[in-house]
Ligand binder design. Sequence first.
Ligand code: PMP
Ligand code: GLN
Length: 386
Amino acid sequence: MTVRRLLPHASTIFSEVSQLATRHGAVNLGQGFPDTDGPPAMLEAAARAMREGHNQYPPGQGMPELRLAVADHVAHHTGLVHDPDTEVLVTVGATEAIAGAVVGLVEPDDEVVVIEPYYDSYAATVAMAGATRRSARLVRDGASFRLDVDSLRAAFSPRTRAVLVNTPHNPTGAVLPPEDLEAVAALCHEFDAIAISDEVYEHLTFDGHEHVSIATLPGMRERTVRISSAAKMLNCTGWKIGWMTGPEELVSGARAAKQYMSYAAGTPLQLGVAHALRHDGAWIEQLRATMQAQRDQLVGILSGVGLDLAVTHGTYFLAADPRPLGVTDAAAWCRELPAEVGVAAVPFAGFVDDFAGDFAHLARFAFCKSPAVLEEAGRRLQALAG
Ligand code: PMP
Ligand code: GLN
């Protein structure tokens, strides 16, 4: 009985793959969640908040402590200054920030540009808003992926209200260079569109690659909703604490939608995250180093069994091409892997629509797992090497 506009999005690729992984006792390198906890002081701050009676609704826009900590964190890392009362909104993960921005800022007769492959919630939220999705794409550029600027230009039109941008990029692991973001910004100016910028992996960049927020480009602060989350920054994907920053007129539109999605959530968790943003900068830096080492470990494993890999400069993910093993349909391969090899991965097919053919041969493996778990995955994957 699902409504027509949500039928194509009836179940997420992550829950499908995780269910398969559970059924077959597979090592789950599909859904991206870490297997270790966030900073101990953050856990203690949240537990203390619970014990001290912070257990009722927070204010709809988020606990003041967290809004202030987010404003300071964003200012420290990007130089962008925001009023914590009107220009910061705490959300139920980045997922709700994306949905709030799309539903609260896009009219049903507007178009929203997305860049394939994209995080799966983007298309679903555009459908919820009743708007029209227009796709551009990334293309393989040497070892990594870049924006296909011609495809982006073709996707923009006078009806474009927003473009959804994600860097560091899930699922390719690309960190988009400033020139790509400049191309997006130029089209936003030309067509008077806004950018909804998903930066949940902002601190997970490797090998000296720097994350640049599109909101920092000339003239873009006024037309960008910048979204981040504690999930990937602080190893707490189950807490679902995210946020957005931007000019008041954009944040207030998103807030109008968000207050009827969840109203608000996670009072003590918000206080835990506020504590971590203030005090756990060194922990976040260490996480980056840990993830880089785990990336290297998984690169060794996957290339060792013959997969062709793109270079990951950020995020939790490696884009793997199994064609050297004779596999061309990565979706079918990912359905078989949990039962046949005991490892789960996510096909790029879950992140594409119009450009499905460009990415049908790719699968995403997550390396946000402890070295022993990756080692076990490596032992099982030996079966592929024959
Ligand atoms: N955007 C991207 C690119 C993601 O990978 C994820 C998953 N962390 C989200 C948004 C959703 O984030 P959250 O879990 O905070 O809702
Ligand atoms: N963001 C995570 C990923 O890309 C999972 C999110 C989810 O399960 N919805 O794997």
